[in-house]
Write a protein that binds this ligand. Structure first.
Ligand SMILES: C[S@@+](CC[C@H](N)C(=O)[O-])C[C@H]1O[C@@H](n2cnc3c(N)ncnc32)[C@H](O)[C@@H]1O
Length: 383
């Protein structure tokens, strides 16, 4: 199929636009920009050096690299240029000023401060922009350069560790990772919600759904997975096993889709519990034509249901591409599916016990078709 494969190493959430061609979805304010090192309104815990900056040293873990990766402007450039992502947030904020006007807002994981600036521009009373990477220093400069220092306060630190002078009316965050949950930043948003949101306050976006479909992908499976079976005459199947364990993040051509798309899980960010991040969901994927199936593909939708007119975007293969692309899980068995036949099973998703930013996926599938049969459990790990 000639599509490019990439690895989910350091994930970055990807994208947003108000619009949906998504067939899958259904001024200057002056003065007191207070740098964290000068904040008087905040307790001294806020002034401690950022946990992110503590990551610099010889003892890096993958969690440290997670924060470090957001310290470089390149990753923010990629996210900002994802116009599906950034435009959706912009439209959700600008077209719904009633949600922000005169409200106190918390931006969880502010990065460059773009979402905080959108909120400030639309009339927020005050915005706390919390960012744990060194990008917080840059956000301070950006806020100042745009004249919003009296409205936006950038706090450098983890949202779990900072202190605010008051509770907030609205939480905004772009926390989604590859496969929705990679990075597990949603738990930081839930923490902020429980600690800092006033009763009845809003979390934006407030709804996400994870979907599954099945694709034909013979060429790529042969080139990247089965390649290891015979490398210049040598058996390197042990590497094939490793390749099969790792979901691949890449853009899938919609013509590869063989079955329906099945909703696996919907998360209501205002109500969910951090334990809901781990779940098990059944699926039934029915072939819409005669074809071979080589992989299952996961993707997610994001919605701002509090808006005057609901706004959102999809990261599915039938929608405009985002930096999240899709997540491809190769099957050991190639399924020969006839139109109307179904592959059924269960997908279980859990946080890895050693590094909760990594995701463990267990897939059980059964197929009893006229022309092929298969029944198997496979495990994958996003890291
Ligand atoms: C996907 S980026 C979004 C950046 C920005 N909001 C935007 O939309 O362009 C997520 C940001 O959250 C930060 N972050 C992740 N976990 C955090 C935490 N627990 N506390 C504070 N910031 C966090 C990361 O460093 C990263 O810059």
């Amino acid at each position: 199929m000639g599509r490019r494969k990439s690895k989910a190493s350091h994930s970055i959430p990807n994208s947003g636009e108000v619009s949906k061609d998504n067939s899958d979805l259904g001024n200057s304010n002056e003065s007191t920009m207070v740098e964290v090192s000068n904040i008087s309104a905040l307790p001294s815990s806020t002034l401690a050096s950022s946990p992110c900056s503590e990551a610099v040293g010889s003892d890096h873990t993958s969690a440290d690299y997670y924060f470090d990766s957001y310290g470089h402007f390149g990753i923010h450039e990629e996210m900002l240029k994802d116009s599906v992502r950034t435009k959706t947030y912009q439209n959700a904020i600008y077209q719904n000023a009633f949600l922000f006007k005169d409200k106190v807002v918390l931006d969880v994981g502010a990065g460059t401060g773009i979402l905080s600036l959108f909120c400030a521009k639309t009339g927020a009373k005050h915005v706390y922009a919390v960012e744990c990477s060194i990008m917080a220093d840059t956000a301070i400069e950006i806020v100042k350069a745009n004249g919003y220092s009296n409205v936006v306060t950038v706090l450098k630190g983890k949202v779990e560790e900072i202190e605010l002078p008051s509770k907030v009316d609205v939480i905004i965050s772009e926390w989604m990772g590859y496969f929705l949950l990679f990075e597990n930043m949603v738990n930081s948003v839930l923490f902020a919600r429980d600690k800092w949101l006033v009763p009845g306050g809003a979390v934006l976006p407030d709804r996400t759904s994870l979907y599954l479909t099945a694709i034909e992908d013979a060429d790529y499976k042969l080139d990247k997975i089965d390649f290891w079976k015979n490398v210049y005459g040598f058996d390197m199947s042990c590497v094939r096993k490793q390749a099969m364990l790792e979901p691949l993040v890449d853009t899938v051509d919609q013509n590869q889709i063989v079955t329906n798309c099945q909703l696996l899980k919907t998360m209501d960010i205002e109500k969910m519990d951090s334990r809901d991040v781990s779940f098990s969901a059944p699926f039934k994927l029915v072939a819409q034509r005669n074809d071979y199936v080589h992989a299952l593909v996961a993707y997610f939708d994001v919605s701002f249901t509090k808006c005057h007119k609901p706004i959102g975007f999809s990261t599915g293969p039938r929608s405009r591409p985002t930096h999240w692309k899709q997540t491809v899980l190769y099957l050991e068995d190639d399924l020969t599916m006839c139109e109307g036949e179904a592959v059924t099973g269960t997908m279980s998703v859990s946080l890895n016990s050693k590094n909760p930013r990594d995701i463990d996926i267990k897939l059980t599938y059964h197929f009893n078709g006229k022309r092929s049969q298969a029944s198997r459990t496979q495990e994958y790990r996003m890291r």
